[in-house]
Design a protein around this ligand. Structure first.
Ligand code: 13P
Length: 248
């Protein structure tokens, strides 16, 4: 069974209602290939608003969630709350959560485990910084991030792994298809060795970092690239072309 192509738009902290309505308009106009699973990561405040307006071919996702269902954690939201409004996805461990807000591997892994236990699907983000790549540590870093998650979960069915090299995020510097493919293949081999052959074969590993309409087709052709997590370009109509990168 093949891995269904998966494309996520991570809006980050962008979009007020007026802008969001514009994004929803182009998502409604599509066309969106039925061969692609599409998810948009929405600021928490607007999740319910967006969920009620999206075409049925596009799912909404939260961009973060804490590791427990409820309690004295001012400013946080929980997977139970996300589920309560009928949203099924959450993005966890994004490089901005790790590097701007100081989330460590352990916390990300705890959040992934709790979100899965709560019944959400998870986009688990990993990726190396520029200095780590330049020091030849890419593999060591992404394997360490995967290991932390693998220690805390048993079932990978509802996990999409997003490989997002930090140096490619929001910089206009995309990894070459070969650079991305090399890491994706190593991640799949890692899953095969450390989890199971079945999980390695079935888990979607998507690429993120300055994906645009101009570079998505070439990236989509790589064997181990099963989709994208798109930041800036997901706010623009070209997101439709990225969604359909593999389909046409
Ligand atoms: P950009 O596509 O803006 O580089 O962002 C990538 C990203 O962080 C998606 O999660």
């Amino acid at each position: 069974m093949g891995r269904k192509f998966w494309v996520g738009g991570n809006w980050k902290m962008n979009g007020v209602k007026k802008e969001i309505d514009g994004i929803i308009n182009f998502l409604q106009a599509g066309p969106i290939s039925p061969d692609v699973e599409v998810v948009v990561g929405v600021p928490a405040l607007y999740l319910e608003y967006v969920k009620n307006k999206l075409p049925c071919s596009v799912a909404a996702s939260a961009q973060n969630a804490y590791k427990v269902p409820k309690g004295a954690f001012t400013g946080e939201i929980s997977p139970a709350m996300i589920q309560d409004i009928g949203v099924c996805w959450v993005i966890l461990g994004h490089s901005e959560r790790r590097n701007v807000f100081g989330e460590c591997d352990e916390l990300v892994a705890e959040k992934v485990a709790h979100a899965l236990e709560s019944g959400l699907c998870v986009v688990a983000c990993i990726g190396e910084k520029l200095e780590e790549r330049e020091a030849g540590q890419t593999e060591a870093v992404v394997f360490r991030q995967m290991e932390a998650i693998a220690c805390k979960i048993c079932d990978w069915t509802n996990v999409v792994v997003a490989y997002e090299p930090v140096w490619a995020i929001g910089t206009g510097k995309t990894a070459t298809p070969q650079q991305a493919q090399d890491v994706h293949r190593k991640l799949r081999e890692w899953l095969c060795t450390n989890v199971s052959e079945c999980v390695a074969e079935t888990t979607r590993i998507v690429y993120g970092g300055s994906v645009t309409a101009a570079n998505c087709k070439e990236l989509a052709q790589e064997e181990d690239i099963d989709g994208f997590l798109v930041g800036g370009a997901s706010l623009k109509p070209e997101f439709i072309q990225i969604i359909n990168a593999k389909a046409c």
